[in-house]
Design a protein around this ligand. Structure first.
Ligand code: EPU
Length: 451
C-alpha cells in the first residue's frame, strides 16, 4: 500500500488546461465490438487506462491482433484469426474489470462458446449481472455458472428475441446490442439505456454493417445480419472525466479548461454546475461530434469568487444527472452555503465515500429515505442512498484510502481543496478511468508528490 500513495499539499486553486480523450465507457465496448468484424477496425483517441489494457489483453488471448496505429492514441484490431483461449489464460484477468461480460455475444458468434472470468469493477453495490444472463438465454445461449467463471455456449445459434429490461441498464443494453447484431432475425429491446456512450456504440456497429433502429420510449430494434466488417471510429469524449475536472475547479476555487469536452453530452451537468454558482464557457466551436483538427476547444470551468449555492439533485439514467458525476460534485457542494440534497437512484451504495469527507470537516448526513421524487428502487430496500450536505465547511487535510474510482477522484479533489497535507492511499485505482491524472494535476499547478 505504501508505494500507492499520493501526498497532496492542498489549498491551491487548480489553474490551467487539460485534455480528455475517448470515453472510457465507450472505448472499451468499441474494442469488444471489433471482435465481430471480419476485417480490421481502427479506433482513435483511446486513453491509456487500466480498462483498455484489460480488454486489449483479452482480445489478444482470443487471437485478435491489437497494434498501435500511426496517430497517438490510435489502436488497430485485426480479428482475422479469432481463436479460443484457455480458462487459465482468461482467468489472469479475473476481478480486473466489468467489461469481460460483454465478450459473451461476440465470442458466441465467432466461436460458438465463451468463458467469462469473475468480474471486477468498482465496489459500489452488488452489481449483479442477472439482466445480462437473462438476455443471453433469451437469445438461445446456455449459461453455466461455475466457481471459476461463466461457461456459455449456443448449440443452436443465437436468435433474435423480444426482451424488456427491468431497468435501463447500460451494460445489459450493450450486451443485447453486441449479441443481436449478428443473431438470426429481429430483436426488440424495451426499456433500453440510451446514454450517449450507447448511441456511440450503435454508431460503431452501424459502421460495421449492423441495422439498428432507435425508436422513441427506450425501444431499440436490431435486424440481425450475417456478416460485419471492421470500423474506423473516433469516440465521444469522456464526459465523466470532463465533469470531474470541472468539479475540481469549483471545489478548489480554480479555473480549468477541459479540451475535448462537449456541451451536448453534458447539458444536465452544466445546468447543475451553473445552479451551484460555477461559471463555464463553451470554447468548442466545432460542429458537434467531429470537425477539423487544429480547432480544438472544449469547456472552460471556473469559480467566479464569492459563495456557492446549495442545490438538490437526483442521479438518474440518461438524460438525467449521471451517477458518476455525483461524487466529484459533492466535494464542491461542501463549499456551498445551505443544505444540498443528493438522491442517488442508480446504485444503492454509492455514498459511502462521504464518511471520509466528514473526517475532513464536511457535514454530510446519509439517509435511507428517498429525498427526491425520481422513482427509485432503493428506499423500500433500506439502503442509505440519499445525502444532505450542510455547508460551507472548511476542509482540513487527512489520510484517505480510496474505495473506488469515482469516489477516489472525489477524495483527491477534497485533498486538493483542503488546507494542509493529505496522504491519499490507493491512488493507482484512479488510473482505471483517468488517463495520466498525475501529469494533468501537475499541469494544473497542483502540489502533489509520490513519497
Ligand atoms: N443492474 C442489475 N442487473 C444487471 C445489470 C445492472 O440489477 O444485470 C443494476 C445495477 O446494479 C445498477 C443499475 O442496474 O443498480 C445500473 O447498472 P448499469 O448496468 O447501467 O451499469 P454498468 O453497465 O455496470 C456502466 C458504467 C458505470 C456507470 C453505469 C451507469 C461501464 C464500464 N460502466 O456500468 O461507470 O456508473 O453504467 O451509467 O460502462 C465508472 O465509470 O466508474 C462506472 C461505474
Amino acid at each position: 500500500m505504501t508505494d500507492d500513495v499520493l501526498v497532496v499539499h492542498g489549498g491551491t486553486p487548480l489553474e490551467g488546461r487539460i485534455r480528455v480523450r475517448g470515453a472510457k465507457n465507450l472505448v472499451s465496448k468499441a474494442m469488444v465490438a471489433a471482435l465481430l468484424g471480419d476485417t480490421p477496425s481502427r479506433l482513435f483517441d483511446v486513453p491509456r487506462i487500466r480498462d483498455v489494457e484489460v480488454v486489449r489483453g483479452l482480445l489478444g488471448l482470443h487471437g485478435v491482433k491489437v497494434s498501435d496505429g500511426d496517430e497517438e492514441g490510435e489502436l488497430v484490431f485485426d480479428p482475422s484469426n479469432v481463436e479460443s483461449a484457455s480458462t487459465d489464460q482468461i482467468n489472469v484477468h479475473a476481478g480486473s474489470s466489468r467489461i469481460p461480460i460483454l465478450f459473451c455475444g461476440p465470442l458466441l458468434h465467432r466461436l460458438g462458446h465463451a468463458f467469462i472470468p469473475d468480474l471486477g469493477g468498482c465496489h459500489i453495490g452488488p452489481r449483479p449481472i442477472d439482466f445480462h444472463l437473462q438476455a443471453l438465454r433469451e437469445f438461445g445461449a446456455t449459461v453455466d455458472k461455475t466457481p471459476e467463471g461463466l461457461h456459455l455456449s449456443a448449440p443452436n445459434g443465437l436468435h433474435g428475441t423480444k426482451f424488456a429490461l427491468p431497468y435501463p441498464s447500460v451494460g445489459a443494453t450493450e450486451q443485447v446490442l453486441l449479441t443481436a447484431v449478428m443473431a438470426e432475425g429481429v430483436t426488440e429491446l424495451r426499456n433500453a439505456a440510451v446514454e450517449p456512450e450507447i448511441i456511440d456504440l450503435i454508431c460503431v456497429l452501424q459502421k460495421m454493417g449492423a441495422i439498428i433502429k432507435v425508436h422513441t420510449d427506450r425501444v431499440i430494434e436490431i435486424q440481425g445480419v450475417k456478416k460485419l466488417h471492421g470500423y474506423t471510429h473516433r469516440p465521444i469524449p469522456d464526459r465523466i472525466e470532463a465533469a470531474s475536472w470541472a468539479a475540481a475547479a469549483l471545489a478548489t476555487r480554480g479555473h480549468v479548461e477541459v479540451l475535448g469536452a462537449q456541451q451536448a453530452d453534458m447539458m444536465t451537468f452544466l445546468n447543475i454546475f451553473r445552479s451551484v454558482g460555477g461559471e463555464y464557457e463553451v470554447t468548442d466551436l466545432r460542429p458537434p461530434r467531429g470537425g477539423s483538427p487544429g480547432q480544438e476547444g472544449g469547456i472552460r470551468f471556473w469559480h467566479p469568487g464569492g459563495e456557492l449555492n446549495a442545490v438538490a439533485l437526483e442521479t438518474d439514467v440518461h438524460p438525467g444527472f449521471m451517477t458518476d458525476w455525483q461524487q466529484p460534485l459533492v466535494v464542491a457542494l461542501t463549499q456551498a452555503r445551505g443544505l444540498s440534497i443528493v438522491h442517488e437512484t442508480v446504485y444503492e451504495q454509492r455514498l459511502g465515500y462521504t464518511e471520509a469527507l466528514n473526517t475532513m470537516g464536511a457535514n454530510i448526513q446519509v439517509y435511507r429515505d428517498c429525498l427526491g421524487g425520481t422513482p427509485c428502487r432503493f428506499g423500500r430496500r433500506n439502503f442509505k442512498h440519499s445525502a444532505v450536505i450542510a455547508g460551507p465547511s472548511k476542509l482540513h487535510a487527512a489520510d484517505l484510502v480510496i474505495p473506488d474510482l469515482r469516489a477516489g477522484f472525489s477524495h483527491l479533489i477534497a485533498a486538493l481543496a483542503a488546507e494542509g497535507t493529505s496522504r491519499v492511499y490507493g491512488v493507482d485505482l484512479i488510473n482505471r478511468g483517468y488517463e495520466d491524472f498525475e501529469a494533468k494535476l501537475a499541469d494544473l499547478g497542483a502540489h502533489v508528490e509520490r513519497p
